[in-house]
Ligand binder design. Sequence first.
Ligand SMILES: Cc1ncc(COP(=O)(O)O)c(C=O)c1O
Length: 446
Amino acid sequence: MNELPEVKVAPPGPRSRELASRLASVESPAFEARRDARAQASRADQGPIVYARGRGSNVVDVDDNRYVDLTAGFGALILGHGPNVALEAARAAEDELVLALGDVYASELKVRACEALAALFPEPGARVMLGLSGADAITCALKTAALATGKVAAVAFEGAYHGLSYGPLAVCGLSPSFREPFAAQLGVPVTFAPYPSRDADDADDADVELDESLSAVRAALARGDAGAVVVEPMLGRGGCVIPPSTFLPALRSLADEAGALLVVDEIWTGMGRTGALVACLDAGVVPDVICLGKGLGGGVPISACIGRAGAMEAWAKHGGSTIHTGTHFGAPPACAAALATLDAVGSSLADRAAEIGARWLEEIAEACAPFERARVRGKGLMIGVQLGDAGEALAVARALLGRGYIVLTGGTRGDTLTLTPPLTVAPELLSAFVPELTAAIERGTA
Ligand SMILES: Cc1ncc(COP(=O)(O)O)c(C=O)c1O
């Protein structure tokens, strides 16, 4: 379903309010505290809607409002809400076998999924370790780096997000407040380097940012204790920041010189989101480890850590007594979903994302040109609109919700609208969003 919004009652409607209030009394109080802080910053109600169902690019809430979903479940629903080929494949697999026995007795679907994922790596002999979440894949990558290099420290980037379980949290540079209360529990010593932007105000600034970033990486690696350089090819939650084209190749060289693994987190950028199955490979950089998640299962939880043969063979040390596994890792329905998604993205959706994303970026940039503070950037269907501050971004996001468009805010300062619709979205819906966006920004200005 690719339909325009229909807002029947101002969101959140009464049923959403009632359910949200029940949830707030039983879930982590962090989320309500965050809503309160956001309401204060934006001077707008931040009460949540509650989803009832999703179809294609549409979400319907419990008050029967229909929205266009420009978030796709944090970027994971690349094929849209159901029905889609991944969910159908998962259901068919489930009818046969819900769970095999993980790393002890596999299913044929796990064999095929691992083969398909290993084949994404441009060198023979790549190995695959499956997980459920993006954080699982990053955990696996960090462990791989420690095993392969014997060095436990890591270099990561300010503004980067890699998940919130302990290993990924240690390398998560997005918000120090995610890390600080747990700092003593995080074992990985991490140096954070600044993440350079291709879209700095002028070319000289972009060069300075790149130099500063690479100098920080070089200095950290010179200490000799880092086994991994962990990087997103484009910051996702960090605000859709695209680095200069020489950034990833330079990291590749620096990691090689230092004997560290280059781990590329493609959990958000990969699976067609930025116009290629794997963004770094498209940019000509072969890392040691690629992490995929989010869109990989088309909505079904599955992630993968895909590593070059030479790095992954470290897992065979210790006679196999050091392993990384989990009860639900590699379950047949998830593997079936991944196979179906890989097929759909590889055969057409990545190209589609590149094409319709480029047009949408142009439309948004042109429409936002009169607003001097607005910065529009992105690649494929991962587009950021940076506004004046977090308060403005939240207020605009809220106004858009009222008009039937679901968007998230992100960026290190929370000032960026993050637009990541399903790759199957109808271009007409994207175009219809643009005047709503400018109207919402304008109302904020008035
Ligand atoms: C780039 C990136 N890496 C890792 C993660 C963590 O994935 P998950 O939330 O599935 O653990 C995310 C989630 O937003 C992400 O954007």
